[in-house]
Structure formats: structure tokens, C-alpha cells
Design a protein around this ligand. Structure first.
Ligand code: MLT
Length: 216
């Protein structure tokens, strides 16, 4: 489907209260890439899988970069809001109100999910981020009280150094998220251990109960 601002796939779940996995592919992927991963992570979840709107020499991405690991921050902000609007539109279109939306992002998809947690903290109620880096340093840390975030990083990843993963975990913790940082014996690529540990983490999530931000 190409409406709501993103070409996307939506696979509904049989259970009307099942969580929704928002699948966000890496550079060069598309809306089909992570469907199998989503099914492995949670066979009962609904799957919402958009394609990134940016093309880099023909490879789809969720936002522009100036070089590897150097992001076009203006474009990142714009595309993050665009994607958050897409999710909110999909919630209405597919009748997903009250369901827990958990982002599952890999690499570029993990980076825009991290950006969405920081810029639009009400849209996601959880995130599994594979090989995420700090998308930007927030001027103001949002309220993410109780939002569970799994960071699954690779010990030998040449793109995401340990310090960067720790900084991302620290930002989310300051925001009040419940962060789990794990490190795989891997590089930037996804491994079986990533999938198994993320599936266990998802299965152990408590039932969703929205938390209310403090009054300003
Ligand atoms: C990014 O551009 O988001 C990261 O460098 C990861 C990648 O997609 O290569």
C-alpha cells in the first residue's frame, strides 16, 4: 500500500489486543525485509512495515546522511515527524487504538526509531533497536517514563562503538525509559542470538498500561 505517506505492508493479527510491531528496515531494505523477523520475534503480533522515503543511490533509507554515521539532522527531524504521522495515521486506519506499538528497527531503521522516541515520545510504547547509534543529542530530554527499550549491539560493529551505544542508553535512561543494553558477539549484521534474545525480551514485557507524563 502506498498511502499514509509511506509505501507499507500491514499484516493484522488474529487477536485484537495483540501488540503491533513497527518494522523499520536498514539501508537498502524495503517493507518486505523484516516481515519474517517480525514473525520470529512475536508470531501473534500485528506487523506494520513502512518503506523509507529517502533514496541514496537507489537504496531506500528513512533519512538522509552526509556520510556513513554523519546524519543530515534537518532531514532526520523532518522524516522522523513524517514517520510518526504515518504511525498515527495507521493506528486510525487499521483500528489499532489502545494497542502497544513497539518499534523493531535495524541499523538505519533503529536510528529513526531512536529519533522518534526522542522527538515524538508518545507514539511508541516500546522499542527493539538492533545496532542503533545516537541519532542526535537532544537539547531537551523527553518523558519516556517506563517505556521499555532493548538495545542489541555488536561487539565488533565498526559503525557503532561501545561508547555510542552506552551514550544512547544513558539518554533513554535519563528520559525515564527502562533500558536493556546487550552486546552480541557480532558486527553490524543481525545474528540468531539477536533474534532469540529480542524474542525472549518481548515475551517478558508486562501488559501495556500507558503512563502519563508529568504536568509541566
Ligand atoms: C545510518 O545511516 O543510519 C547508519 O549509518 C547505519 C546505516 O544505515 O548504514
Amino acid at each position: 500500500m502506498s498511502d499514509l505517506g509511506h509505501v507499507h505492508r500491514f499484516d493484522p493479527s488474529e487477536r485484537s489486543d495483540a501488540r503491533v510491531l513497527l518494522l523499520l528496515h536498514g539501508t537498502g531494505g524495503d517493507e518486505n525485509d523484516l516481515i519474517q523477523l517480525g514473525r520470529m520475534l512475536d508470531p501473534s503480533a500485528a506487523l506494520l512495515s513502512p518503506r523509507g522515503n529517502v533514496l541514496e543511490h537507489g537504496a531506500a533509507r528513512f533519512f538522509r546522511r552526509l556520510a556513513e554515521g554523519v546524519f543530515d539532522l534537518e532531514d532526520l527531524r523532518r522524516r522522523t515527524h513524517e514517520l510518526a504521522d504515518f504511525v498515527e495515521g495507521a493506528v486510525k486506519k487499521y483500528g489499532l487504538e489502545g494497542r502497544r506499538i513497539v518499534a523493531v528497527g535495524f541499523s538505519n531503521g533503529a536510528n529513526i526509531a531512536a529519533s522518534m522516541l526522542l522527538l515524538r515520545p508518545r507514539v511508541l510504547q516500546g522499542a527493539v533497536l538492533f545496532r542503533a547509534m545516537v541519532p542526535f543529542e537532544p537539547e531537551k530530554v523527553p518523558f519516556l517514563g517506563g517505556v521499555p527499550v532493548l538495545l542489541s549491539e555488536g561487539r565488533f560493529d565498526p559503525l557503532v562503538r561501545r561508547k555510542v551505544a552506552e551514550r544512547l542508553a544513558a539518554i533513554f535512561k535519563t528520559a525515564g525509559a527502562v533500558v536493556t543494553l546487550i552486546e552480541q558477539e557480532a558486527g553490524h549484521e543481525l545474528t540468531r542470538a539477536d533474534v532469540d534474545e529480542a524474542a525472549r525480551w518481548l515475551a517478558a514485557l508486562p501488559a501495556y498500561s500507558p503512563s502519563v507524563p508529568p504536568k509541566p
